[in-house]
Every structure is written in structure tokens, then in C-alpha cells.
Write a protein that binds this ligand. Structure first.
Ligand code: FAD
Ligand code: NAP
Length: 560
């Protein structure tokens, strides 16, 4: 059994409490889980205590009142899902989706980026959960723990009202049918479930001098991977955790690094299969069984999403264990309480037309400090890719095909691309593609970053493309250049609004890539203002104009 695919962790009983020794109780541990009878007994006892304590009966809910309980897919239209907006906080989204069918509230609990990292769109992931076809509630990478916790709460609601035996039976049948239904065959190399191996070639730092950023150009060799891709696609990478972090966690739980778990040493399980980011509620629950008094109260509060010391958001797995010094959890129980390590997606920044066996990424190395902790936190995948990989190392990867993000079919169509920071990645690919195919269409790139001297990625390449007229126009925005007012890409768009409007009138396709939470929304606002100022629209018709551009596929976004 691969630990990436965790056995369904026994969550709070969804369809009513089960108690060891009582009729109807089979086991909290799936038959396929690799545990001895003694371990099974121990874990059953542990989870029985957990659920008993957890309050196995969630608040009764109006099962009959919500059509989703009878037919999970029931429910009318939803005013175009206004909560499907990554700039709105989860709390607000849940408020907006209140009273909607369960599948819509599940969708509102996700991060709303349709980023594809979970292997679905937000809507499809929500539908699969509601129909019991997907049991993993922690797949939403941008939503993280907040989303997983809300999904779990909604799942509890789903079961909380199930007291009617007929309803219970119908649900069990629906579950069984969903399990039996053959999943669509996944093509190897094109899904997170079926990765292939590609070879790491090199990592080159793109920033210069005194830059505050550390962004890497990464090359892969696809010769043996049997993969093809198109510009606009993303690349999924299954990362490994930083060995130093793994060692620190093992030391903190005082376990032997070679402790075997399903035939694999603990050190490898923690490096390859388990997420060591935000500490899951289940880990605090486990800890609460290992400590007493005030520490127990604290661990329980953390397990329920409370924040007794004001540090909950900063508790990754290591910080969580260190917060309760002296605990020595059973390594298997510890691992069972962690989430599976998820792959990460990156926009591909090369064109296969230039070299079908070469694939490039543009990866910002995520690192930050938690105040007072004195330990740098490192992003899992961006650290894995930008550090110490030997050339030739085989990595588990897949291509995620783009939906609604790609070059126009007609090579003569003008394109306008807005990509600050790593958002420039797919546009480097677009430009390479158009250069090789000698596409006659004009191309305009808005690029922005912190400092012109340090953070101008691919400067020479873009100069070459300008000289070759594969890039017609380049507009730059520097947000932290000394003696210059802070400038963002949308400021440059506004400043060159008349020309941008003229390009749109010529049928240009507009693209934006990068930050979903702030930048993409600000760029859209700038477009609406440009339509007002240069297109003679009032605010309402300017918004309708941009909405129409989207609907017709002329306004495409790849945001995360
Ligand atoms: C379709 C798509 C395309 C993408 N393309 C690119 C790309 O081209 N280039 C690129 O670099 N990335 C890209 N990303 C983002 C990428 O997938 C990863 O999310 C990113 O590299 C971080 O992953 P990580 O594993 O390194 O970090 P993780 O281990 O996942 O850590 C990131 C998390 O750390 C926390 N965090 C980060 N900074 C701070 C801080 N200052 N303070 C407190 N907490 C913080 C946040 O919770 C954040 O979610 C893309 C994402 C998607 C969905
Ligand atoms: N939602 C998120 O958590 C989120 C969003 C984007 C990126 N990321 C992560 O951060 C890393 C990549 O960052 P990056 O290197 O691509 O770029 P970045 O750090 O996001 O910054 C790129 C440029 O965009 C500017 N910027 C900031 N806010 C903006 C706004 N509202 N509108 C327009 N421009 C704005 C920045 O300016 P200043 O910084 O000087 O203000 C900087 O000049 C990746 O790991 C990515 O996953 C996370």
C-alpha cells in the first residue's frame, strides 16, 4: 500500500457511532491496512476513545429539509455561484452559500481557484465528495487545513441527520455504487494518480544581486517519460520533504528512523508520503491522549480548531510536537494522524516546439520565518526543486492539461499577456511557441516584479524576442525600485490603456497568470476601467464587456 494514498483515516463516524464490541461494529481500521491484530486492537481502542470523546453525535441537522441528503446532486441553480471567488474569505463564502445544496456549500469551502491540484475542478471535487466517490477531504492544496476542516464539518452534517433506517440504507447503497463504478481510466503521466518519471536536468537562479526573492529556472528531460505537452499546460511534481525537517520530526517524537511502517522505514515514509506542513487536527487529538491536565485541554482545543495560545496558524507538524515536549507517540499512530503529501503544480515555461524533450518551470522558492520560532519554514516542493537535486535524478511527475488556457488557434490573432513574478512562466512558453512557428500575430507582455536590477527574469531572452518581433511590445512594472513610485502591472495597463483598448478592438486575446488572491482581481478591475475610459462604456456595460470576453474565451486566467 502506498502511503500517499492513505487508507481512509477513520474519521468521526459519518453514519452514526460504532462502538467496539457492540453489534454492527466491524473495525475502525480498514481490512487492507497493514497492521497486526495487536496494532489493530490498539488503534480501534484509540479511535473508539477519540470518537466517544469527540462527541460522536454531531448536532442533529435538518436532513429532510436539505434535498442533498435524499439526493446529493439535487438542488437548483445557484446564481452563478457568487462564492466561487478566491478573493473572498472562507467565512464569507460559507455565509454566501448558506441555504444552498450541500454540494454547493462543499464547493464554497474550497479555495475557489479551480487550480486542478486536487485532480478536479472545485465543483467536480465537491460533487465527488457528496456522492461518496471521493473520501479524501484534504486534497485542496490552496485551501489547506481550513478547507479540510470545513469539509469534515459538512460531512458530519451529512451523517448527523441520518437516523431513518431507509435513508441510512439508501446512503449505504449510494456509497457502494460509487465505489463499484469504474473510475475513468487515467492515462499514465497525465494525472496525479498516475505519475511517470522525468529526469531533473538543472536549476538556475533567475534573480541577481541583492534580490529578496529566490526564483529558479528548472529544466527537465522528458526523453524517457513518454510525455507530450502544449503551451498553457501545467506540470505536476510529487515532492519529498526536506531531510533536515524529517530528521527533526523523528528526533522530536524520539522514534527510531528505521522503524518499519508497511515495510518502509519511518524516515522514508515521512520524507516521501506524509505532509509535514500544518499540523492536522487528528495529530492534536492523538497528543491529547498522551498528555494530561492543562496540556490535554490545550491539545483538545487545538484539535477542535481553537487557538488557546494564539499560535495555531503557525503550528506545523514539528512545532506541534515540540509544543508538547516529552511525548513519544507510537510511530504508526503518529503517521496515521498525518495528511498525505500532495503533488504541486507549476505552469510550464517552455514550448515543446523548441525541444519536445525539454520542459522548463519557473519556481519561486517559498521560505519564511515564524516570529519568535527562530526556524525558517520552507515550501516543500519549491525547496525540493531548487535545492541539491543531482542532475539525472528521476522525479515523479505528470502533465496537467490546461482547460481554457492556451494560444488562440489563429496564429495571426494578437495576444496580450499579464504575468508578474512567476506569472510570466506560461508566457515565456507562448512566446517561444510563436517564435518557432513564426506566428504573424502581435504579442504584448506586461511583466512586473520587485526590482529592475535583480528580478527581471529572462531579460536577455525577451530582448531577443523583441528584436525578432516575436514579442511586439514589453511593458515593465517595478514595485520596489528606489526613487520610483511603486508600480504594478495594472498601473502600466492603465497608463497604456488607449493602446490596450486598440489591441482588444483588433481581436486580441487577453491572458493573466500569477497571484489569484489580489493581482488577478486588480488586473480585471483595470480592464473594466480601461473599457470605461477608452471604450465609452459605463461601469455596468464595462463589466459586461469583460464578462463577454471571458465567455468567448478571449480573457483567460491561470491563477493560483
Ligand atoms: C496551476 C498552478 C500553477 C502554478 N504555477 C506556479 C509557477 O509557475 N511557479 C511557482 O513558483 N508556483 C506556481 N504555483 C504554486 C505552486 O504549485 C506551489 O503552491 C508553490 O510552489 C508553493 O509550494 P511549496 O510546496 O513550495 O510550499 P508549501 O509547502 O505548500 O508552503 C506554502 C504555504 O506556506 C504558507 N506560507 C507561505 N508564505 C508564508 C508566509 N510568508 N507566512 C506564513 N505562511 C506562509 C502558506 O500557507 C502557503 O500556502 C502554481 C500553482 C498552480 C495551482
Ligand atoms: N495566494 C498566495 O498565497 C500566493 C499568491 C501568489 C504567489 N504565491 C506564491 O508566491 C510565490 C510566487 O510569487 P511570485 O514570485 O510569483 O511573485 P510575487 O511575490 O507575488 O510578486 C510579483 C510582483 O507582483 C507584485 N504584486 C503584489 N501585489 C500585487 C497586486 N495586487 N497586483 C499586481 N502586482 C502585485 C509584487 O509587488 P510587491 O511584493 O513589491 O508588493 C511583485 O512586484 C509562489 O510560490 C506562489 O505560489 C502565493
Amino acid at each position: 500500500m502506498s502511503l500517499i494514498e492513505k487508507p481512509p483515516v477513520p474519521g468521526p463516524p459519518v453514519y452514526g457511532p460504532r462502538v467496539p464490541g457492540q453489534p454492527g461494529f466491524a473495525s475502525y481500521i480498514p481490512d487492507s491496512a497493514p497492521f497486526s491484530p495487536e496494532q489493530r486492537d490498539w488503534l480501534n481502542g484509540f479511535f473508539a476513545g477519540f470518537f466517544a470523546d469527540y462527541g460522536a453525535s454531531p448536532p442533529p441537522l435538518p436532513a429532510a429539509a436539505d434535498p442533498a441528503y435524499a439526493d446529493p446532486m439535487a438542488g437548483g441553480e445557484d446564481d452563478e455561484a457568487p462564492w466561487h471567488d478566491p478573493t473572498i474569505s472562507l467565512g464569507e463564502r460559507m455565509g454566501m452559500a448558506k441555504g444552498r445544496p450541500l454540494r454547493r456549500r462543499m464547493m464554497a469551502a474550497m479555495a475557489q481557484q479551480d487550480c486542478g491540484q486536487c485532480g478536479y475542478t472545485c465543483e467536480a471535487y465537491a460533487n465527488e465528495i457528496v456522492q461518496h466517490a471521493e473520501e479524501r477531504l484534504n486534497l485542496c492544496v490552496p485551501g489547506g487545513k481550513e478547507t479540510a476542516r470545513m469539509l469534515k464539518k459538512l460531512i458530519e452534517e451529512m451523517g448527523g441527520g441520518a437516523t431513518d433506517p431507509d435513508e441510512e440504507r439508501a446512503k449505504a447503497e449510494a456509497r457502494a455504487a460509487a465505489r463499484l463504478e469504474p473510475k475513468t481510466a487515467v492515462e499514465r503521466g497525465y494525472s496525479r494518480e498516475a505519475p511517470v518519471e522525468a529526469r531533473f536536468v538543472s536549476a538556475r537562479l533567475l534573480n541577481k544581486g541583492e534580490s529578496e526573492k529566490s526564483t529558479w529556472h528548472i529544466d527537465f528531460d522528458l526523453s524517457d517519460a513518454g510525455l507530450d505537452y502544449t503551451v498553457g499546460d501545467s506540470f505536476g511534481v510529487h515532492p519529498k520533504n526536506d531531510p533536515a525537517l524529517v530528521a527533526a520530526v523523528i528526533e522530536a517524537i524520539d522514534a527510531p528512523a528505521d522503524f518499519p511502517i508497511a515495510g518502509k522505514p519511518l524516515v522514508e515514509v515521512l520524507a516521501e508520503d506524509m505532509a509535514l506542513g500544518a499540523a492536522p487536527d487528528m495529530l492534536f487529538e492523538l497528543i491529547s491522549y498522551m498528555v494530561g491536565g492543562a496540556r490535554k485541554t490545550k491539545a483538545r482545543a487545538l484539535a477542535q480548531g481553537e487557538d488557546p495560545d494564539g499560535d495555531a496558524s503557525a503550528l506545523d507538524v514539528l512545532a506541534a510536537v515540540r509544543k508538547f515536549p516529552g511525548i513519544r507517540p507510537d510511530p504508526e499512530a503518529f503517521v496515521e494522524c498525518l495528511d498525505g503529501l500532495q503533488p504541486r503544480l507549476y505552469s510550464i515555461s517552455s514550448s515543446p516546439r523548441l525541444d519536445p524533450n525539454r520542459l522548463s518551470l519557473t519556481v519561486d522558492h517559498v521560505r519564511y520565518e515564524i516570529e519568535g520560532e527562530g526556524r525558517a519554514r520552507l515550501g516543500v516542493a519549491s525547496t525540493f526543486l531548487s535545492r541539491a537535486l543531482q542532475p539525472g535524478t528521476a522525479l515523479k511527475v505528470y502533465v496537467q492539461r490546461a482547460h481554457d488556457f492556451g494560444l488562440p488557434a489563429n496564429p495571426a490573432t494578437p495576444i496580450v499577456m499579464v504575468g508578474p513574478g512567476t506569472g510570466v512562466a506560461p508566457f515565456r512558453a507562448f512566446l517561444q511557441d510563436r517564435y518557432v512557428s513564426q506566428a504573424p500575430g502581435d504579442a504584448w507582455l506586461f511583466f512586473g516584479h520587485q526590482r529592475s536590477a535583480c528580478d527581471f527574469f529572462y531579460e536577455e531572452e525577451f530582448a531577443g524576442l523583441l528584436a525578432q518581433q516575436a514579442l511586439t511590445r514589453l511593458s515593465l512594472a517595478w514595485s520596489r525600485d528606489a526613487d520610483t513610485p511603486k508600480t504594478y502591472v495594472q498601473d502600466r495597463m492603465r497608463a497604456e490603456g488607449a493602446e490596450l483598448w486598440a489591441w482588444l478592438q483588433r481581436g486580441a486575446h487577453f491572458y493573466v497568470c500569477g497571484d489569484a488572491q489580489r493581482m488577478a482581481g486588480d488586473v480585471e478591475k483595470a480592464m473594466i476601467e480601461i473599457a470605461q475610459q477608452h471604450g465609452g462604456h459605463d461601469e455596468r456595460s464595462a463589466k459586461a464587456f469583460v464578462a463577454d470576453l471571458r465567455k468567448s474565451g478571449r480573457y483567460q486566467a491561470d491563477v493560483y
